[in-house]
Design a protein. Structure first.
Length: 128
């Protein structure tokens, strides 16, 4: 699949503050990220909203084969739902058990595969 490009200022995750540092209670934001990533149903619901509502950034990130798509979707979901910067979501990820990480990765993988299949079937010209 051909990678989609757009200026970062057009990315919805950037506009939402995903790449900024916060002065709020970092521990609270880390706990919120952990809560979302541990809850399969909540994570699935939020990840689907990210895919639907953040079209530009989703297309940029999920057509980029050089990044960890599952990590991006988890970080974007925490940013979308709780306004957590990606750095704090990475800290939260490190506090999850291996089992919790595997469950979250499974949810992310399902959403990503569904998205990629949908754009491939709706626009076959995206293939190289």
């Amino acid at each position: 699949m051909k990678q989609f490009f757009a200026p970062y200022i057009d990315w919805e995750d950037y506009q939402n503050g995903m790449y900024t540092m916060r002065n709020d209670d970092d521990e609270l934001l880390i706990r919120k990220s952990m809560k979302l990533l541990k809850d399969e149903n909540l994570f699935l619901s939020v990840a689907k909203k990210v895919i639907k509502e953040w079209n530009v950034t989703t297309k940029c990130h999920l057509t980029n084969n050089e990044i960890n798509k599952k990590a991006w979707l988890g970080q974007a979901s925490c940013s979308y739902h709780f306004k957590v910067p990606e750095l704090l979501t990475r800290v939260a990820w490190g506090k999850l058990t291996k089992f919790e990480q595997d469950k979250a990765n499974s949810v992310a993988e399902k959403v990503i595969n569904s998205y990629l299949l949908n754009i491939e079937t709706s626009n076959p010209k995206l293939h190289l």
